[in-house]
Every structure is written in C-alpha cells, then in structure tokens.
Design a protein. Structure first.
Length: 336
C-alpha cells in the first residue's frame, strides 16, 4: 500500500489532541517539538476541549505563516489564557494547592449560572486574538472539534465547513465552570463526554494514515477519590476513557476487516511521562504562566524522547498496540 505522503515526499502525521484543562500545556510542548521537525508534515487535527484550543492555534498558525507562525500562535494562546486568569488568582488559590480543598469541594454544588456571569466571554476574547477563522476554514491541515448537545446527548463534530469560535468554545465548555455554549439555538457542553477526541475525522477519507494521539487522561488511578471535586473529576475521566475506547474499537475493526486499511496509531501520554504532582486532578483547574511553561517543557522533552524511539515508524507501522493497551483491558468478559 502506498504511504500517505505530502507533496514533498514526507509522511503526514495527523494529530488527535485530548482535553485536560491546564494539562493542555503539555500538548503545547509536544506540538512545539513536532513543529521543529523536517521529517514529516502535520496533517489534519482532531481536538477536544483544551485539545480543540491547541488545534485551533496550531492549524490557524500553519495556514497563516507556516511552522514558525504556528509556534507563535500556540505561545500566544497560553500566554493569554494565563493573562485572563490572572485576576482570578486569589479566588483560585485553593485550587492551586491540592491540600486546600474546602472551597474546591464546594464547587460541584454551585452552578456556573450563579457563579460565572461572564460565561465563556474571556475565552472568546483569547480565541479572537489567536485564531484566524478564514484560515481554519481553508487550511490544507483541517481542524475538527467536537461538542455534546445538551438536549439530545449526541456528539457533533465541527469541521472546516461549519468552524466558528462558538464551535471551539463549545468543545471546551466544562459544564460546572461555564454556562452552556449556544450554537443554532442549541446548548453544547465539553466534547470529552462523548469522544476525547473523535478519531474518525482523521481517517474518513483515506485509510492509510498515521495518527499521533496526545493523551492527557490517566486510564488508571490507583487511589479512590474521596473529595467531591476529585470524584467528579474521575467520573468525567471515565466517560472520556470509554468514549475513546469505542473510537479505537471502531478503528481496529476497520484495520482488521478492510483489505486496504492501514490506520497507524501512535501515542504520547502525559500520565506516563508526567510526575505524580503533574497529573494530580487539581492541576487541571489551575491557571498560571509558570505552570503552563513547566508543562510545556515536559511535553517538549517527552516528544523528543518519543521521536528518538519512533520517528522511523511514521509512515511505516503503528507504534501503539491498540489491542493490548485499550481493547483487551476494556473488553467484556467472555460468557461461560
């Protein structure tokens, strides 16, 4: 089978970017590292929540000015997220320190319709300064983001034809932090409840592709959560994991049953690369330039290590055993 290659003859690497709040800065570092490589080109991007924000900055920058512009766009995104969060630093102090959980634990009892009258507007301001919508709609590297319809429970994938700031905001609309995003008189919440991220947009038009997923959600947490916020966090993670497993099961079925299919999966995982404190749930809810930079450095270093081990596999073979990591552990037990 002919490998999917760019016009210059380099293999094309499509990206699947998970959501994870502040952990998305780890993905920023991974993307920065990928943009420094000349051995492959970045293809289409599917992102959810923080992954949607990263994907929008990446694709918009690539379309506007190539890799250098994409790096600048990502840096501007995270700088502005830290900037708009700065006035809330005092209020967020309990969230920034895992041991100070009283106020943190009370948050699941409070509605964003009571506590967050500005809704998604600060994030809209950030995206407006970073994202070129015309570039997103016409770029060769297409962006896909997903969100969940509050009324129907169905997931919707937004692509170049219906891309908007509202679509990106909907994908990042955490229900207990923000009022629901409105699109065409419908309410939407964070896409990770249905797919974190959706994979099928990256292979819907061709089945010989490489997909690198940047994973931010731990498949396993050894501790049983005991605080309200961490209980809710793990519920959200479990929904995210099961949506991803469903996506990977469909992908694996295509590889096994369609003769011309060769969807090559690769994985770079924060839970495997990050320290215990880095993957602590409360870090997701933290806003701070220092934290973002530290996570960015972690992501860049992790990507460098990954490329040392797997660069030759891009365009040739999968470096991820989907069956062993995801499908077998989550399979239904055989009936006796």
């Amino acid at each position: 089978m002919a490998t999917h290659r760019a016009a210059a003859g380099r293999p094309v690497l499509n990206l699947a970017l998970q959501g994870g709040g502040a952990h998305g800065a780890f993905t920023w570092g991974v993307l920065d590292c990928l943009l420094e490589q000349d051995d492959f080109d970045i293809g289409h991007v599917s992102g959810t929540s923080a992954g949607a924000l990263n994907g929008a900055a990446l694709v918009s920058g690539l379309a506007a000015g190539g890799k250098a512009a994409a790096k600048d766009s990502l840096a501007l995104l995270w700088h502005k997220v830290a900037q708009v969060g700065a006035p809330l630093t005092f209020l967020l102090l309990p969230l920034r320190k895992p041991g100070m959980g009283v106020w943190d634990d009370a948050m699941p009892l409070l509605s964003p319709y009571q506590t967050n009258p500005v809704a998604l507007e600060p994030l809209r301001h950030v995206l407006g300064a970073v994202v070129d919508l015309d570039a997103l709609r016409t770029s060769r590297s297409q962006l896909f983001v997903n969100a969940v319809n509050v009324h129907t429970g169905r997931s919707r994938v937004f692509g170049p034809h219906d891309m908007s700031l509202d679509a990106i905001l909907a994908s990042a609309c955490a229900p207990l932090m923000f009022q629901a995003a409105q699109i065409e008189r419908e309410s939407y919440w964070d896409g990770s409840y249905a797919g974190n991220p959706m994979l099928w947009p990256l292979y819907q038009h061709r089945l010989d592709v490489d997909i690198l997923m940047v994973e931010l959600t731990p498949l396993h947490r050894p501790e049983t959560p005991t605080t309200a916020k961490n209980i809710l966090n793990r519920i959200n993670e479990i929904a995210s994991i099961n949506g991803l497993v469903s996506e990977l099961r469909a992908l694996d079925s295509i590889n096994r049953n369609v003769a011309e299919a060769d969807i090559r999966m690769h994985l770079l995982s924060l839970p495997e690369e990050g320290s215990e404190i880095r993957i602590e749930p409360s870090i997701k809810r933290t806003v701070g330039a220092g934290l973002f930079q530290a996570l960015r450095q972690d992501g860049h270093k992790a990507c460098e290590r990954w490329l040392e081990d797997n660069l030759a596999r891009i365009g040739a073979e999968s470096s991820l055993d989907v069956q062993a990591r995801y499908l077998e552990p989550y399979a239904q037990p055989a009936r006796r």
